[in-house]
Design a protein around this ligand. Structure first.
Ligand code: PGA
Length: 253
């Protein structure tokens, strides 16, 4: 059966992010009114920055509180401690957490400094913490030029769970400028698996710009294949691509 993922095309990343942030705000407010917390799955990279800016604006100007929110990030580089300027821990604090009323104890990222012999227990613990929190209500994703979601590079099975992974060369090249050269980019990471991501109740994948157009087309219109992890979203009942005109430019649908 040929299926495709639903997508919505916006004038700009900012317009798309306004829509995604408004959806997040609705979920948070509705659940808070029922006395429930909201579990958000969060992503790093340049893509979600306008989303985080809009969430910060909603917090400052429209009283959106994150006091009832629990977050789980997709991934972290192995070998970087929290304070490293390129760690995802630092990224999330700089771009979102330092500017909202999220409680420190509700923030979860895999550790980049876990000793080799404790990695599988650490990953199992991350999975268990997601389950204990009630599962992810809404997962935000970017997409790499390899089609990765989280750091699930080509060849990762659809049912994979949080694990240690080796980074693809294209992914490392894309990160090289931030690290001041590819030799400084970590070679491994801990990432939620494809199965972990697909267990989220709602998924929003964001992609901007011409350089994502071809992989977005493959993920949305192509076959479901482990060569493009994002194509697994075609199996999810509530996953939507939020695109700008450039990232949508190769779609035929
Ligand atoms: P980017 O990365 O947001 O920096 O383009 C996306 C990704 O690799 O998932």
């Amino acid at each position: 059966m040929v299926k495709s993922s639903p997508f919505v095309v916006f004038e700009s990343p900012e317009a798309a992010c306004k829509q995604v942030a408004s959806e997040i705000a609705q979920i948070i407010r509705k659940r808070a009114s029922l006395g429930r917390s909201t579990v958000l799955g969060l992503a790093t990279g340049s893509t979600p920055i306008p989303l985080y800016q809009e969430l910060i604006r909603l917090h400052r100007e429209e009283n959106l509180s994150f006091a009832n929110v629990v977050t789980f990030n997709l991934d972290e580089y192995l070998g970087l401690d929290r304070d490293h300027p390129e760690s995802y821990w630092t990224f999330m604090h700089r771009n979102l957490f330092d500017h909202i009323d999220l409680l420190p104890e509700n923030i979860h990222l895999p550790s980049g400094m876990v000793p080799a012999d404790e990695i599988s227990a650490h990953c199992a613990g991350y999975e268990a913490a997601i389950v204990r929190a009630g599962g992810i209500d809404m997962q935000i994703l970017g997409i790499g030029r390899t089609g990765h979601i989280g750091f699930n590079e080509p060849g990762t099975p659809i049912d994979s769970r949080t694990q240690r992974v080796h980074l693809n060369e294209i992914t490392r090249q894309d990160a090289a400028p931030a690290f001041g050269g590819i030799e400084n980019v970590p070679t491994q990471a801990i990432t939620m698996g494809c199965g972990t991501i697909l267990a989220a109740r709602r998924i929003a994948l964001l992609a901007w710009g011409e350089k994502k157009a071809e992989i977005v087309r493959e993920a949305i219109e192509g076959i479901i294949t482990d060569r493009v992890s994002a194509s697994f979203l075609q199996t999810h009942r509530d996953a939507t691509y939020f695109l700008d005109k450039e990232s949508a430019s190769a779609l035929h649908l």
